[in-house]
Design a protein around this ligand. Structure first.
Ligand code: SF4
Length: 694
């Protein structure tokens, strides 16, 4: 601050990292950003923040940023820096040629959950109204797509049921497959405060996460399950609750389909789901599991918080539905202090899903096959919409390798680093005739691109993000875009270069179009957002100020639906060659593949990914803390340093995926969730051996 001078103005905006969605005052001296101060009126953070939002914004002015568009005829050639008009004409000519030669379904887009709602809406509109297909997908595919499916099936809409304030009424918090301290720090602080006030905690996680220490020791149950057995563990909880008569019959009879509950109850009551029967499979002590089930059912307000340790599995969607069953059978839905709460990894995962960036859904989670829904958008856009659902990200890559998918517009997403089975991603990209990367930095995916369009940071744009509690927060432009254009303008220019004739002059107009076409956003305007500070959707005539709690009087789908959740083992198996199970996660100071945080002062807190392994496994391999190890799986191998710790169980190893030198996804498999294709990042059979280093 001393170097940059005293701030002389400030702009309130929203953090662009995790799904907590903290509000900040960006303080400036002239055009220089001096500091980010957590905003005390922000309803998601109430004046708090973490080290990412507070300090890790320097990437926006990092010298690695690309400010001028670049093109090249083939990926073997060097880049040529060109003006925007030439780059857009080059891209449009290629795209139109590909559409002509290979058909309209030969191209698609991948957008990022980092982008604003307005940007995401425009990208899916580009796909549907200009490319003329539904090949639009988002990086939510690789994180919370099972949430969309699972909560949609059981409750009727894909969204967390609560607001964050609700944590103040929680009596028992069940945290499964999430590490809030590192992943969602501001929410974690609120949960820890509640635990200090006496709330109880159940943690279901292969690692002993920091949160376990936050509860009184007698009030914390840690169920350290074997990676890949979530469904078996949650079903066993249901077994105890049903067979011991701990379920909330009045709630179920009034709010849910009773016949479906009876079928479900018969299923979970089977002895094969008893904790004693599943202990060997899951690694969870039967008595501990019974105690946790009794506590959750009878301990007062029970709230479920979950993260990617639930969704990124071959049964990710099944686990989400099993958690919904658990909440419904215990009557923990529809009031303060309860609910099913997906902790969204990225700032706008919720919003990107809301905005229709999945290949089967138009904005507002309405299936593209519905003629009445298509008509709403056909009337608004003046085009005919393809009634066939499009390709998901892995299907796009498969089709590219097979030769039927030829062009990709990839906005704000480094799929080469972030998607599983890096070699397959590279093969897909290499097979395409036009790859357009729209990003801040020349990322790894750009190695396979023909067009690079410079992106704008969250400090340089207007728009909205929607956080994990469905809260729509405004993103306000703090400084002019360093590349000349906000990202929504670039998408519009690309659409117009292909003949679209769009004429938006401000994202506010895009939000007006969203509100006009999407019932859950019907009452959202920029003026209302300024007036109220933020709004939780649904916001409409019935709920003009938004909806903090969902499913209060009834589920969105009518009756809550119990779904039988049969455990099916993943195809990824350990064996003599690969005897350990690898699972992955984040640390507090870093974010995903590190593209932003590593280009900030936060990098001093993390200069490498480490492999956590249990002392027994280390000793068996002659390894000690800090040694180099080779981590190998059936798909690839990498090298990193060992961290010997009993936070992980014997047989389980763990690493983060923040550093490009590690490229943890070289070893992950291409198995994925049966319903959504969300990759199974959290279970990989591996071997760990001593190494001399990279
Ligand atoms: Fe808040 Fe998440 Fe940003 Fe941290 S990273 S400041 S918790 S929104």
């Amino acid at each position: 601050v001393a170097e940059l001078g005293t701030p002389d103005r400030s702009v309130v905006t929203t953090c662009a990292y995790c799904g907590v969605g903290c509000s900040f005052k960006a303080e400036l001296n002239g055009d220089e950003l001096v500091r980010m101060v957590p905003w005390k009126h922000g309803k998601a953070n109430r004046g708090h923040s973490c080290v990412k939002g507070r300090f890790a914004y320097g990437y926006a002015s990092h010298p690695d940023r690309i400010m001028k568009p670049m093109i090249r005829d083939s990926i073997d050639e060097p880049w040529r820096q060109v003006e925007w008009a030439e780059a857009l004409a080059f891209a449009a000519t290629r795209l139109k040629g590909i559409r002509e030669q290979y058909g309209r379904r030969s191209m698609g887009v991948i957008t990022s959950s980092r982008c604003t709602n307005e940007e995401t809406y425009l990208v899916q509109k580009l796909t549907r109204a200009v490319f003329l297909n539904n090949n639009t997908d988002t990086c939510a595919r690789v994180c919370h797509s099972p949430t969309g499916y699972g909560l949609g099936q059981t409750f009727g809409t894909s969204a967390g049921t609560q607001d964050f304030d609700s944590v103040e009424k929680v009596d028992v918090a069940l945290v499964i497959g999430a590490n809030p301290t590192d992943g969602h720090p501001v929410f974690a602080s609120r949960l820890k405060k509640r635990l200090r006030q006496g709330a109880k905690l159940i943690v279901i996680d292969p690692r002993r996460i920091d949160m376990v220490k936050s509860a009184h020791i007698e009030a914390a149950h840690h169920l350290p399950l074997t990676p890949g057995t979530n469904v078996a563990v949650v079903t066993a909880l249901g077994h105890v609750i049903v067979t011991e008569g701990l379920y909330d019959e009045a709630f179920i009879r009034e709010r849910c389909d009773w016949d479906e509950f009876q079928a479900f109850a018969e299923f979970v009551s089977d002895k094969r789901h008893a904790p004693e029967s599943t202990a060997l499979l899951t690694g969870v002590n039967a008595q501990e599991l019974r105690a946790a089930a009794r506590l959750f059912a009878k301990g007062g307000n029970g709230a479920i918080y979950y993260g990617l340790g639930v969704t990124e599995h071959s049964q990710g969607s099944t686990t989400v539905m099993a958690l919904a069953n658990l909440a419904m059978m215990t009557g923990n839905i529809g009031r303060d202090g309860v609910g099913v709460n997906p902790l969204r990894g990225q700032n706008n995962v919720q919003g990107s899903c809301d905005m229709g960036s999945f290949p089967h859904e138009l904005p507002g989670y309405r299936h593209v096959k519905g003629p009445e829904v298509r008509k709403i958008f056909e009337d608004a856009w003046g085009v005919s919409i393809d009634p066939e659902p499009g390709l998901r990200i892995p299907n796009m890559l498969d089709a590219a390798v097979e030769g039927t998918f030829k062009a990709l517009y990839c906005q704000g997403e480094d799929i080469l680093q972030s998607d599983p089975d890096t070699h397959h991603v590279a093969a897909g990209l290499k097979a395409m005739e036009c790859v357009i990367v729209h990003d801040l930095f020349l990322n790894e995916t750009a190695n396979y691109a023909h067009v690079f369009l410079p992106g704008s940071s969250f400090l340089e744009k207007n728009g909205t993000f929607t956080n994990a509690e469905r809260r729509i927060n405004k993103v306000r432009k703090v400084m002019a875009p360093k590349n000349g254009y906000e990202d929504w303008e670039v998408t519009q220019m690309l659409a117009n270069a292909m003949g679209a004739g769009w004429a938006y002059t401000h994202p506010e107009q895009i939000m007006a179009e969203i509100a006009a076409t999407t019932p859950s956003f019907a009452g959202v305007t920029y003026d209302r957002l300024d007036e109220l500070g933020s709004i939780q959707w649904p916001c409409n005539e019935e709920h003009p100020e938004g909806t903090p709690l969902m499913h209060v009087d009834g589920f969105v789908r009518g009756k809550g639906r119990f779904i039988v959740t049969e455990y099916v083992a993943t195809d990824e198996k350990t064996g003599p060659r690969f005897p350990l199970l690898l699972t992955t996660g984040r640390i507090l100071s870093q974010y995903n593949v590190g593209a932003q945080t590593r280009r900030t002062e936060n990098s001093v807190w993390h200069d490498q990914d480490e492999l956590e392994l249990h002392p027994h496994d280390a000793e068996n391999r002659g390894l000690k803390d800090g040694d180099w190890v080779r981590l190998a799986s059936r798909t690839g191998e990498t090298t990193l340093r060992a961290k010997v710790t009993d936070r992980v169980s014997p047989g389980v190893v763990y690493t983060t995926f923040h550093h490009p030198d590690t490229q943890a996804n070289v070893v992950t498999t291409d198995f994925s969730d049966w319903a959504t294709n969300c990759p199974e990042y959290k279970v990989t059979a591996v071997q760990v051996t001593p190494s001399n280093g990279p």
